[in-house]
Design a protein around this ligand. Sequence first.
Ligand code: C2E
Ligand code: CA
Ligand code: CA
Length: 869
Amino acid sequence: MNACPPLKVLMVEDSPADAEMVLRALRDLGREFEHVRVASESRLRDALSDFAPDVVLSDFSMPGFSGQEALEVVRVMAPHVPFVYVSGTIGEELAILALQRGAIDYVLKDNLRRLPSAVERALGIARDRCERQHIEQALRESEERFRSIVENSKDWIWENERDTRTTYSNSAIARILGYRPEELIDTLAVEHMLEEDRDEVRRRIPELVAARQGWSRWRLRWRHRNGGIRVLESTAVPRMDANGEVIGYRGVDQDVTDRLHHEARIRHLARIHAVLSALGNTILRAQNRAELMDHVCKVAVDQGGFKAACVGEPRDGQPLALVAGYGDPRVVELISTLGEGAADCGDDGAMRPGVRAFCEGRNVIVRDFSCAQGMPEGFRRAAMEAGVAAQVALPIGNPAWGVLGLYSGSVQEFDEDELALLQRMTDEIDYAVDFLAKSERLAYLAYHNPVTGLPNRSAFREQVASLLEEGRVAVAVLDVTRFAYINESRGRGFGDALLREIGARLRWLVEPDGVLAHAEADSFLVAYPANGGIQAEQDRVDALLERFQHVGFIIEDEQIHAELHGGLALGPDHGRDAEVLERNAMLALAEGGKRGVRLHAFTEELQGRVARRMELERDLRRALDAQEFELYYQPKLDCKTHRVVAAEALLRWRHPRAGLVSPAEFIPVLEETGMIVAVGHWVMRTALETVKRWRGAGHDDFRVCVNVSPRELRNPRFLDDCRELLQGHAAAQMIDIELTESLLMDDIQHSVQSLEALRQLGCEIAIDDFGTGYSSLNYLARLPVDMLKIDQSFVALITESPQSLGLVTNIINLAHSLSLAVVAEGVETEEQAKLLRLLRCDVLQGYLIGRPMPEEPFARQFLGIDATA
Ligand code: C2E
Ligand code: CA
Ligand code: CA
């Protein structure tokens, strides 16, 4: 098998005999061939196109057709097909002529042995010729391709000599620098660069030439024909001569001006974003307004890269006085010495930027101080001397109460996006100031009783703790005798006024080394370092009570007599911390009440109560197994829809002998003993079963919230138990959680994690009894919670005491500003409900809507489900 197709031979020959000879000679070719014989021009043409020969063998002279004519036809029609004369006689002259015309060879008929090698050679020559033509074609095409790439490139492609004399340039340069290529040829490239960069190039090129190196991404600044500056990024390789010496360079320069510009802007905006987020942290950390302003300035300089930042506010008749400043001391110094000075207002009424921003309530931007107008010349010069090149002055608040001035050391373009960000920054500051004012008030409330302004229980406990570190301490709980009666008969306003007077008198009576607090309602606390035994201390407090009731009070023009009665405990004998001492003093007070004595001291005998408590504890321990616990449900009303949308589950204990026991009595015991964990689990499980039943009856969105106590949340198993129960409902959770805030604040880190986990289960989180504990707003903002429940003690007073109303208003606004919903607890009257609606409270809960009740009556009354039907 021969893979090679047979060779096609076209013979131009009139004599069949000669043709036969030629064919015989061709057998020595050593390969198969086929042939066609023609003897006229027309047949030759047909054969050339139909037969497509690999080689033409032609006689020289034929009747009516000549070998020369045949050659012509072949040259035109099939120029790549080799042509060989096979002839009887051919003179030397004709032979030379034939070869010149394009025949490859000639073979004499009387020497046909040479024919096979002549044909092989002709084929070889034709093949070479053909290949060369191909290569030439490819070269032409590639050259064309590169020329078009180079010419159409957006980048500048160039060649130069060692002295940067340009020898070639594509036309991109017209767009980049504004010159036509021919204008640049033979000029020095360095002449079009900025001076600083020109020097650099002149210094570096000889080094590169010596090292036979090119360069990559060399950034240089060029002067556009129109005077503007363009930044080009250059990459080049050396051009060498035959000896390997560098004669110049060939390279590509990319115009990166716009890109750099863009990048710079992104960096700039990123900086302001950084300022904004740092500002958010600052707001949470700042304790007061002065600290906040200092932080703001510091953030603007450290994160925002400004040279200096100042906050100004009107003070003592000055249009703007410096209240905070940070950064370059020269700038801060300059701003702080301004104000009353003449630099403020020029004769023509020109104002410095800060004052203008404040007066006109709009952003004032100075992009370049060197050519700025409309400000007092004195200020402009002083600012430039301090190194200020640009400034933006932003009013804070609407109407403005202050101005934030940001100073930059370089000329600045403040564009739309940037200004919008800066605007947000001042909004944040304004919000933060507002927020601080409120949280300062709440922080005050956290340590003070809202009625009397005296320190509250939390403050008291802290102070007693430090007294205890120094020695023995007497702790007395003092209650106003028959206060409930006074309160009810004269009204709450009267009662509050009386409490204030009582507080004032106690403040005056308690010795300076003592501590006084107003714990709640009519209950005051006193503590002082104890020198004697219990009897001596009892005498001392008794003397105080005596002096207290010596004179009456005048409230609302009415003379009223008030007395105190109390209990006393001595630390550390009766307790090692304030909480225990207070509890024991309270036990003593209750005991004194039963016995009708004004002041009773804690005694060993009273320990009996502890014993009784042990009994309670024992009873509780079997209560769960004995199925003595029940769950009651209290409705929650949505103010918008006026519908009961949820219920709070409240625990009840049906004691076999004592009957229904209030949670206030046994929950503290459950907590102290840790039993609350197991009971809490039962509560959640039972509540879940109930709400499932209700949902099954068509109340698809109904939710039940359960109270979770500190001890439970801290229990490591708590979250796992919740997950086990609640997982799978996350998309439409039925159970929400109420927690008192004091516990959350103790370990904020852990709290945040636990709450986060509960939320992932779809539970909403409410802060219970809000306002009574350590209401720290700073922390609150960090807690993942959804709702605040305003404590019922505040709700009870809103229609009577303006202070309570103010506090509730504040809490609601604040909660809303933190995107929290607000639930009011203990709503008992229509009047309270109406007021709370007006204040935009979201949910109401209390006896007015419904009392806590067992599952069935609840379902009947609020869900229209009748289990007996
Ligand atoms: P809480 O969570 O603040 O529950 C609200 C209390 O206010 C309930 O007392 C409720 O009966 C009462 N209440 C509701 N509306 C009114 C009203 O209009 N006026 C008045 N004066 N009171 C109203 P309750 O049921 O005695 O529960 C007392 C506390 O015991 C609860 O206070 C809660 O802290 C705790 N507690 C109840 N159930 C559970 C429980 O399952 N687990 C835990 N850890 N604590 C519970
Ligand atoms: Ca609750
Ligand atoms: Ca509550």
